[in-house]
Design a protein around this ligand. Structure first.
Ligand SMILES: [Zn+2]
Length: 279
C-alpha cells in the first residue's frame, strides 16, 4: 500500500484530492494544526465531508502524524502536560474521523537517562489513557534518527519502549528508512535489507511494523542527523526500496513518502518507487 504525505491546505478532506491525483493507496497528514497547541473543534459537517471525500476516493488507509510540538517525556512540566492534553485530543479526533493510525515520535529526553525517559513516557501515557479510551486507533512509535536526545533510535530502545507501555493492542511501530540509516543501521543493498530486518526481528516481531516512512537520507549511515531526501537521490539508494516494495510480508502495510517539497515532488518520487515494483 503505497502513498505519500499530502497537503491539507483548505481542509483535511483535501488529503483525498491529492491522494487520488498522485495515485496514493495511503496518505499521511496532520489531523490538527501542527504548529499550534490550540486544537479547534470540528463540526459534524466537517466530519461528514471528510468521510464522504474518503469514501469517494481510491485512498484505502489514512495515517496521521502527531505534531512535533508533542513531547510526552519533556523535562518541562508545562510542555509535558500540554503534550498529554494534545495526545488525548489527537486520539479523540482520529476516532471521530475513523483514522486508524497515529504516528508518534517517542520524544526528546533532555538530561534524563534512557530508563528515566521510558518511565516518563509510560507515566504520560497512563495519564492520556485515563482521559480517553481508544477504540480503533493504534499509536505507532516511530524509529528515530537519534538526533540530539531523541528517544527510540535503536531497535532495542523501541523494544524497551513497547515493553514499558505494555499494551500490544494499542502500540505498534512505524519504520522510517531514513531514520534507521541515520541511526547507524546500514540498510543499503539487497543483503543488508534482509539483515537489518532480521536484526529488527530479534527485538520486535516484524508484524509489529504497521507503517513505513519511505525516505532517502541526505546524511550518511550513523550521522544521527535527520534529513530526508528524494528517493534514489540520497545515501540509501534504490535497492532497499526495491526489496521492501516487493516483500510480500509488508504488502498490505502503508508505505508513506515524507520527502522534501511534497507539493511538487511527491508525484515524481512515487513514480520512482512504482518502477521498482516487480510486475
Ligand atoms: Zn518519519
Amino acid at each position: 500500500m503505497l502513498g505519500s504525505t499530502v497537503p491539507t491546505v483548505g481542509g483535511i478532506e483535501k488529503a483525498f484530492y491529492w491522494g487520488d491525483r498522485w495515485g496514493c493507496e495511503a496518505v499521511q497528514f496532520y489531523l490538527t494544526l501542527s504548529r499550534k497547541w490550540q486544537v479547534d473543534d470540528i463540526s459534524q459537517e466537517k466530519i461528514d465531508s471528510f468521510k464522504k471525500s474518503w469514501k469517494s476516493s481510491k485512498v484505502k488507509e489514512v495515517v496521521a502524524h502527531i505534531p512535533y510540538l508533542v513531547n510526552l517525556i519533556s523535562e518541562n512540566e508545562t510542555t509535558k502536560e500540554k503534550s498529554i492534553e494534545r495526545m488525548v485530543a489527537e486520539i479523540e479526533r482520529a476516532e471521530v474521523l475513523g483514522v486508524k493510525y497515529l504516528v508518534l515520535h517517542p520524544g526528546s529526553r533532555g538530561k534524563q537517562d534512557k530508563e528515566g525517559a521510558i518511565k516518563a513516557l509510560k507515566k504520560s501515557f497512563d495519564l492520556v489513557l485515563s482521559r480517553v479510551a481508544p477504540k480503533n486507533v493504534k499509536i505507532l512509535i516511530e524509529t528515530m534518527a537519534g538526533q540530539g536526545t531523541a528517544l527510540g533510535s535503536s531497535f532495542q530502545e523501541i523494544k524497551e519502549i513497547l515493553s514499558a507501555l505494555d499494551n500490544d493492542n494499542l502500540f505498534s511501530v512505524c519504520f522510517d528508512s531514513a531514520h534507521v540509516l541515520e541511526a547507524g543501521y546500514d540498510i543499503r543493498g539487497k543483503e543488508n535489507y534482509k539483515e537489518v530486518l532480521d536484526e529488527f526481528n530479534k527485538y520486535i516481531p516484524l508484524e509489529k511494523i504497521e507503517a513505513f516512512h519511505l525516505n532517502d537520507s541526505k546524511t550518511k549511515v550513523d550521522s544521527r542527523v535527520d534529513r530526508h531526501e528524494h528517493i534514489g537521490k540520497g545515501e540509501i539508494g534504490l535497492a532497499f526500496f526495491k526489496e521492501l516494495l516487493n516483500d510480500d510480508r509488508f504488502k498490505k502495510i502503508p508505505k508513506i513518502l515524507e520527502t522534501p517539497s511534497m507539493e511538487t515532488m511527491s508525484e515524481e518520487n512515487l513514480k520512482v518507487l512504482r518502477k521498482l515494483i516487480n510486475k
